[in-house]
Design a protein around this ligand. Structure first.
Ligand code: GLU
Length: 303
């Protein structure tokens, strides 16, 4: 399969089409991002790689970071995780409060904000220096010591993060947040603030396409069975309330962020990351969705 040719063709097609949607306005610091950025990076478990457009430019990865926090918490806690968080798609907005009341403070899955906040709480309980240890984990899995939080973006999100503050306190009222809410939220906002390029994200999460092993040194990051389950949660819950549609159109485990990035994993083959900041009405990158749909259609290589 000539991936370079297929990717080039799709990139050019989409670049020449209308770029619909809106850049996020949730986080003031992100609202000024140039909407015409468009980057793609593709990397196989055999180290073949191709990049297009703004693939080396860093952007705010937002919820894509939740794949890393879930991986670390799951690595540490194993199946005890699932006493605190479910594995079902939520069918509601990523920052919704409504289900939590009925579900008694157990978030539906680790990728909606409520679930990711509980993951931060778990990491705070388990790690000596939670934020630093989390960054070390991300740097290790990426072979990239430059990964860091963006205090500017974290502060900006905190200034308007009333819903997340409400979510955290609401969950705490059910006893499913064990640490101080302020500490948990600081970690959560920092986690979401990380800036990385398509290339860096693609390298970081390549272990999920490689049965849990880091490609550069073959070290097992998480075991095969847990890797399978993380991919499964990405498949069913990774694209907010458009996860079913993403599976229908693209068919791969994926995770999006409101910075306009989408990470997709093809187990045993490759990772592909698309970044284009304009979002559709469900909060997913308009061009990212289109790109990935065309990619798996043209390569016919889903299952
Ligand atoms: N930091 C964002 C929030 O909590 C994450 C949104 C996202 O990318 O899903 O609202």
């Amino acid at each position: 399969m000539n991936y370079r040719e297929i990717l080039t063709d799709i990139y050019e097609t989409i670049k020449n089409e209308e770029n619909k949607g809106q850049v996020t306005s949730f986080i003031p610091e992100l609202s000024g991002v140039n909407p015409e950025h468009f980057g793609v990076f593709f990397k196989t478990v055999n180290n073949d790689e191709f990049g297009f457009g703004s693939f080396n430019d860093k952007f705010s990865i937002q919820s894509i970071a939740k794949v890393a926090s879930l991986s670390l918490a799951y690595k540490i806690l194993g199946k005890r995780m699932w006493k605190r968080i479910g594995v079902e798609p939520s069918g509601t907005a990523f920052n919704s409060l409504v289900q939590l009341e009925a579900d008694k403070g157990i978030p539906r899955n680790p990728f909606i904000n409520a679930g990711a906040i509980v993951v931060c709480d778990i990491l705070i309980s388990q790690l000596d220096n939670p934020q630093q240890d989390f960054l070390s984990f991300m740097r290790y899995i990426s072979d990239n010591p430059s990964i860091k939080f963006s205090p500017k973006i974290a502060k900006s999100e905190k200034s308007t993060g009333f819903r997340n503050i409400a979510l955290c306190n609401f969950i705490k009222s059910f006893g499913n947040i064990k640490n101080d809410s302020e500490e948990v939220l600081d970690f959560y906002f920092n986690l979401c603030s990380i800036e990385m390029s398509c290339r860096e994200i693609s390298n970081c999460f390549l272990f999920l396409a490689n049965q849990g092993r880091k490609v550069s040194d073959n070290k097992q990051i998480i075991n095969k069975s847990r890797t399978k389950r993380i991919n499964a949660i990405m498949q069913t819950c990774g694209l907010y309330d458009e996860s079913g549609e993403f599976t229908f159109k693209v068919g791969l485990p994926g995770k999006s962020g409101i910075g306009g990035g989408i990470l997709a994993i093809h187990p045993n083959k490759h990772t592909i990351v698309v970044w284009s900041p304009k979002l559709n009405s469900k909060g997913n990158s308009y061009r990212g969705m289109k790109f990935l749909e065309l990619f798996t259609t043209k390569t016919s290589s889903i299952f």
